[in-house]
Design a binder for this molecule. Structure first.
Ligand code: ASP
Ligand code: MG
Length: 256
């Protein structure tokens, strides 16, 4: 079993998603795969903005909602998703709209509601990716990380209950013979069944959890920067790739 995680930039638009699908198709010829995906690049921030504006009774939340709808429907359209898939995407978008109206009306945007709102990013991206992938790899299927990953109710940075989560993952994948399973990163559920999130950037963690539970042979974190740089190359011009780095040094760098 191999676990491949693709972050927001890797799935930011239909062009990049097509590349991801090509990688998965190729790799699935030889290996059974699980892929964990982030929301379309920037979508989590936009969803957060949506909730904050609605909560502030700022009508601009409607524009933000429209942007979210347009972007996802455009991507679905460019990817050539069929009618039913687009219908399902529309249902998710309508649900998001009703939640945003609720926030606007009652002036409540608790961390619990925030997690619910942010979850749409990964739910929509993983669904779309799974739908395109099905055309290339018929033996592939979407699965809901919220059925597998159980956390406490510390919304927005929930702590994972490792034992039950590991057990759920093992039980679920034991019976799986399909070639690729697509999982949304970042999202989980509390014991009570409410949607939770694992903290910003949490999709890497989702992938690691799945890989660890299954003792996967490989965990690949795909990203838009090749290798590790001395600094963020998008910010620091003089940044250069590090030829060799120890785990210890990598850990130190990550803290900065
Ligand atoms: N989409 C989430 C975020 O932007 C999680 C992730 O991408 O890892 O924080
Ligand atoms: Mg990340």
């Amino acid at each position: 079993m191999q676990v491949l995680k693709f972050g927001g930039t890797s799935v930011a638009n239909s062009e990049n998603i097509a590349k991801v699908v090509a990688i998965l198709k190729e790799r699935s010829k030889k290996h059974q795969l699980i892929t964990v995906v982030s929301a379309l690049g920037g979508a989590t921030d936009t969803l957060l903005q949506l909730g904050l504006l609605a909560n502030a009774k700022d009508d601009r939340y409607k524009e933000v909602l429209k942007d979210i709808k347009d972007r996802h429907l455009r991507t679905a359209n460019e990817l050539g998703l069929d009618f039913e898939a687009v219908e399902y995407l529309n249902e998710m978008l309508s649900e998001l709209e009703r939640i945003a109206q609720g926030i606007y009306l009652i002036n409540e945007f608790s961390v619990k509601t925030q997690d619910r709102v942010l979850s749409f990013g990964e739910r929509m991206s993983s669904f779309m990716i799974s739908e395109v992938l099905k055309k290339e790899v018929p033996q592939s299927q979407w699965a809901d990380s919220r059925e597998l990953i159980v956390t406490d109710a510390n919304f927005s940075r929930a702590q994972v209950h490792s034992e039950v989560t590991h057990q759920n993952i093992r039980t679920y994948f034991k019976a799986q013979t399909r070639k690729v399973t697509v999982l949304p990163g970042f999202i989980a559920r509390s014991e009570k069944g409410d949607t939770t999130t694992l903290g910003r950037g949490g999709s890497d963690f989702t992938a690691a959890l799945v890989a660890a539970a299954l003792d996967a042979e490989v965990l690949d974190i795909w990203t838009d920067v090749s290798g590790m740089y001395t600094a963020n190359p998008n910010v620091v011009q003089q940044a250069f790739p590090i030829r060799e780095i120890s785990y210890q040094e990598a850990m130190e760098l990550s803290h900065f």
